[in-house]
Ligand binder design. Sequence first.
Ligand code: ADP
Length: 493
Amino acid sequence: MEFKPDIYFVASEIYPFSKTGGLADVLGVLPLTLYKMGYKVSVITPMYGRISTRDFSPHLMYEDLKVGYPWPDISADVFRASFHGMPVYFIDRGEYFDRRYYYCTHKGDYFDNCERFIFFCRAAMALMKKIGNPPQIVHSHDWHTALINSFIYYQKLSDPYWAETSTVFTIHNLAFQGRFSVRLFWDCGLPYEAWNPDGVEYYDSFNLLKGGIAHSDMVTTVSPSYAEEIVTPEFGCGLEGILQKKKSSMTGIINGADYSVWNPEQDKFLEANYSATSPQGKKTCKKDLIDNLCLPSEMLNRPVLGFIGRLRSQKGIDLLLEIIPTLVKRNIGIVILGEGDSEYEAQLMNLVELYPDNVSGIVGYTEEMAHKIQAGADIFLMPSRYEPCGLTQMYSLRYGTPPIATAVGGLKDTIVPYPEKNSTGFIFKNSTSQDLLKAIDQALEVFDDKEAWMNLQLRGMKADFSWKKSAELYVKSYQKLGLGRKKSKPDTI
Ligand code: ADP
């Protein structure tokens, strides 16, 4: 008996199968939360070569599923895994997805990214039809899957199968738009009328994310503040015009944290577990981090600052790298985990060489090290120039590692700034290295006051960003679009 979902999430990443950032974390928990609330949900995602399937081995479900117009001869295999009961469908076509990286190598984006994700969206639609219960909601995420909402928008006009389907599009990061040559538009299967400034056209380029905004019944983004920011030229990345037009159907819903994964009380990567009621283990985690990174043991008694994230200007890594020599003069420890622009990676390696007793930098990413830094650092740095939601600051709060962050997007929405009564971290206004340094100095003053620091840590650890509240807001949005009014079909053999 095949499960017949009412709600399909369609996304290019889902933790623990694939991950390059927060998108995967969200997909790894939001659909499952809805599923556990009793909704008939599943996820469709690509079958990457480097997919991690340890505990959830997918099995072949359909072989040679034809993706249809405009590629009648091309087909996909579909694998299925049960992820804590919820079906996850993997679209497999080796030539597109069986690669070392997801979207790009160090030399740049894969040349055929547009074709890969046109194919994926087409195959996802073919799969939804094959499963055979017209979905009530199709919820796509970021540019990779935006096109599916554009396809549905136009298919509704000619194919009754999609007549009752409503589409939701979530922007996790407006800066990544999937912009391609107009030539690729002509082959993608959208009708000519989609090529206009209120559709997928963006100054002569084919803009997939813009299509998702234009053609979806509802657009959401991942924090209320970011929803307000992106309709302005400063944060709109050139799409503020179309976002303003969509404002009435746009909403900002803050992401949650998955406390089954990010919780020091039961974190399998940590040397010792701890919690707000029993916080002693944090010191053991600090020692373990220092030992693992070969920093001198005197750092155990000095403040250690942690940074985890993509090494890109969005994350303000340049602001941090600039002030490292000053921080070293104060004998502060700095631990950085991430990968990204080769220029920043090289600068980081240079600083590690210059200041081995204070600076530890790991170019790359492992979940284990991310967890160890969250637990072992004293202060977490997030000097982002913009931040749609940000998850790492929510994790750091739970790990008793108060964040220092810029006053943007989801950072503003999740951190109560010192010296407010219920403060949980530190916020600074301007994205400059001087302001970052001032905020670090302010934090270090509080750090020296053991009682004030402990109270700040405990307030952060007790803050609750679990998914339930946000998942309920998504349900309300789906209901506005008709979820529940349309009859869910029984599962059939
Ligand atoms: P992003 O803008 O990268 O999505 P978020 O704070 O929303 O930032 O999400 C960060 C998530 O991605 C965290 O789980 C973090 O540990 C993880 N992460 C950070 N850097 C990397 C990386 N280079 N590769 C994979 N995951 C990463």
